[in-house]
Design a protein around this ligand. Structure first.
Ligand code: IVH
Length: 667
């Protein structure tokens, strides 16, 4: 291939890869498999390596990260990045509306309201449609140059879509972490015994401000665009048009964005989102209300730090004050000991909280938390509530400071310390470690054994029916019948579930073993690379380390794990008991005709209860969500539908009546 042929092919590949990226990350659909995507990407990497002069700023190869920086450069913003005035009071919001109407000499002003994204604001600069710069807010005037990092965010286009893009434009929005990405990140960090993040906002901020963009790439950030600046090409009149244009250019737009005829509707929207808050895919601490008309923005102007045309109407924080009644120590799957505060039960915006994690001994000491203290707790991002701080009480006699026990509270084995954490040295002789290991073994990403939940696992281990992981596949119907609350049918279900689980992909098998530092993602990397378990079992440190994404620590845990005689025995016992590990390619998941489809229900169906209908489509691989967005595939409409029906029509989503729904699920 000569250079001009290579250039042509590179352009084709760039276009195609970015198109599939946009489909997947912005539109939540896909047309090709991961394997096909990787193949195209590999082809591009190879070509760019061969013809380095053809590398470009908007190449998808830049999304995987670049060599680490020494420090961030400071760069000026095109205009100050303002903040927002905020309130939790309805009265204040009405005052805001009054000021706006006075300022515009208008009887009525319409607004746009949208959730307030809880992340960190980012400015992106596009020149001739190509992303050339990304900066944090910094002090509002100057920010940090995080260009390499923002390029790894898949919902940020590297090149604006469409032919009619301006020569220069600045776009602002929020980089954040969805709850799913946040929970997965904390899970990975836990598996590596690293400090977890307290909430998605800290996680997003910590991930953007990484000198090594490879780490940012792993963190799966999302970006929602909300503001367009310095636009020469198009004259827009409303904020709604602005957002629509951003969407056309390839940005992800939040589907909840709502046009409000007056402030009353915006206030109503606040109440609606507050109710739906727990179901949203991301954390939000309120809504932002903006005057829709852009000329009005000019007229109203800004204060030093915030515009007069917008206000953040926040929710009451999910924080409460309560008392620590005891501090206990929990043992995890890897033997890690975690101090947990048992609290006087307290309602934190609708959820009763009675325990909160204290992370580790250092953390308890730093916050100086003792039994009997008053503390402030916070519930964020669906995580286990955390103790934020102690509330000092004058003149109170306090208890002794907390310290970690020297023996494991479960099995009495010696406790040792590694970094910030303490561990029980008992391994699977420690019943709690065995229980959690078995639970992990049967979990969704592992053997996915239906019904093997915490209570049953605890029971099986306590009755001595499980002594190592392989014993799971030794269990018979009679064994389950010996447990409480098992009858003929439920015991048979368990046996069926075990039989079904025996066929497993190599990735799931590796993950199920619970090797420290090896989460679902690395298990896939290993399965792809080694194809067969035997190959992985004999891999040495050098081979492992030569694999992209596998560092020295992971390599070591893998070699140590398979070097252990006991572990090898357990694996061979499993295989004797009929566990059948399938190489990746040969394994075909059950046929799921509605896989990746998103469905919303509204109104009542005649022949299905809502639960039944949901279950049906879920079994066929679809996902049910509570609100309609551009990512929804079908809206099923029964009698007396709600506002979702209107949303579907507005967004042009495919609408199914009961008859067509029946057809969709195969009659
Ligand atoms: S509009 C002049 N819309 O909240 C600023 N900001 O607490 C106009 N934020 O600095 C910003 N969600 O980073 C806007 N839907 C949204 C937002 C949003 C989150 C951030 C923004 C701002 C901060 C103020």
């Amino acid at each position: 291939m000569n250079i001009s042929e290579a250039k042509k092919r590179i352009e084709e590949l760039k276009k195609e890869l970015e198109y599939h990226n946009w489909l997947y990350y912005v539109k939540d659909t896909s047309k090709i498999s991961d394997v096909e995507y990787d193949k195209l990407l590999k082809e591009l990497i190879t070509l760019e390596d061969k013809f380095p002069q053809s590398k470009s700023l908007d190449s998808p190869t830049q999304r995987v990260g670049a060599p680490p920086l020494e420090k961030f450069k400071t760069i000026p913003h095109v205009k100050p990045m303002l903040s927002l005035d905020g309130t939790t009071e309805e009265e204040e919001v009405k005052n805001f509306d009054r000021r706006v109407r006075d300022g515009l000499n208008n009887e009525m002003v319409s607004y746009v309201a949208e959730p307030k994204f809880d992340g960190l604001s980012i400015e992106l600069i596009y020149e001739n449609g190509i992303l050339t710069r990304g900066a944090t807010r910094g002090d509002g005037v100057n920010g940090e140059d995080v260009t390499l990092n923002v390029k790894t965010i898949r919902t940020i286009p590297l090149r604006l879509i469409g032919n009619n893009v301006p020569t220069q434009v600045a776009i602002r929005g929020e980089a954040m972490m969805t709850l799913k990405a946040f929970q997965e990140l904390n899970k990975r960090l836990t598996e590596r015994d690293e400090q977890i993040f307290a909430n998605p906002r800290n996680a997003a901020a910590g991930s953007i401000r990484q000198l090594d963009s490879n780490i940012t790439a792993e963190r799966h950030l999302t970006f929602f665009a909300y503001e367009l600046m310095e636009i020469e090409a198009k004259k827009l009149t409303t904020h709604r048009e602005e957002v629509e244009l951003l969407n056309e250019w390839g940005f992800k737009i939040d589907p909840h964005l709502k046009y409000c005829k007056n402030i009353q509707e915006a206030i109503q929207f606040h109440h609606q989102i507050e109710k739906e808050r727990e179901e949203l895919s991301f954390e939000t601490d309120g809504i932002v209300i903006k005057v829709d008309n852009l000329q009005a923005h000019e007229k109203l102007g800004t204060r030093t730090r915030s515009p007069r045309w917008a206000i953040a109407y926040k929710f009451e924080p999910r924080k409460e004050i309560t008392e620590v009644q005891d501090i206990v120590v929990q043992v995890g799957r890897t033997g890690k000991l975690t101090p947990v505060a048992l609290l006087k039960p307290v309602d934190v915006s609708g959820v009763t909280v009675s325990r909160a994690t204290l992370h580790n001994e250092g953390e308890v000491k730093r916050k100086d938390i003792r039994v009997g203290d008053k503390v402030r707790i916070e519930r964020a991002g669906d995580v286990i509530p955390a103790v934020v701080e102690r509330i000092p009480e004058e003149g109170k006699n306090r208890n002794q400071p907390f310290s970690m026990p020297e023996k494991c509270p479960v099995c009495n084995s010696t406790v040792f310390q590694e970094g910030a954490y303490h561990f029980c040295s008992g391994g699977i002789y420690c019943p709690t470690q065995l229980k959690r290991a078995v639970q992990h073994f049967g979990s969704k990403g592992a053997f996915d054994i239906d019904g093997l939940g915490e209570k049953i696992v605890d029971n099986l281990v306590e009755k001595g029916m499980i002594k190592d992981l392989s014993d799971v596949f030794r269990l018979k119907k009679e064994d389950f019948l010996k447990l409480e609350r098992f009858a003929d049918k439920s015991a048979q279900n368990m046996v069926d579930a075990l039989n079904k689980a025996r066929d497993v992909t190599l990735q799931r098998f590796i993950y199920a073993l619970g090797i420290s530092n090896v989460g679902e993602h690395l298990a896939l990397v290993l399965a792809n690379r080694f194809k067969k378990l035997e190959n992985l079992m004999i891999a040495d440190i050098e081979t492992l380390q030569s694999i992209f994404e596998i560092g020295p620590e992971v390599s070591k845990s893998i070699v140590v794990f398979f070097g252990n005689e006991n572990n090898r025995k357990v694996i061979s016992k499993m295989i004797d008991l009929g566990v059948n590990i399938k190489p990746l390619e040969e394994f075909k998941e059950k046929d799921l005709p509605l896989e990746r489809k998103t469905i919303v229900f509204t109104g009542e169906l005649e022949n299905f209860t809502r639960d039944k209908a949901k279950k049906l489509v879920e079994e066929l691989g679809a996902r049910i969500t509570s609100s309609v967005s551009s990512n929804t595939d079908y809206v099923v409409v029964g009698s007396n539908p709600g506002s979702k029906f209107d949303d579907a029509k507005k967004l042009g989503i495919k609408i199914l009546d009961e008859e067509n729904f029946k057809k969709l699920v195969g009659g």
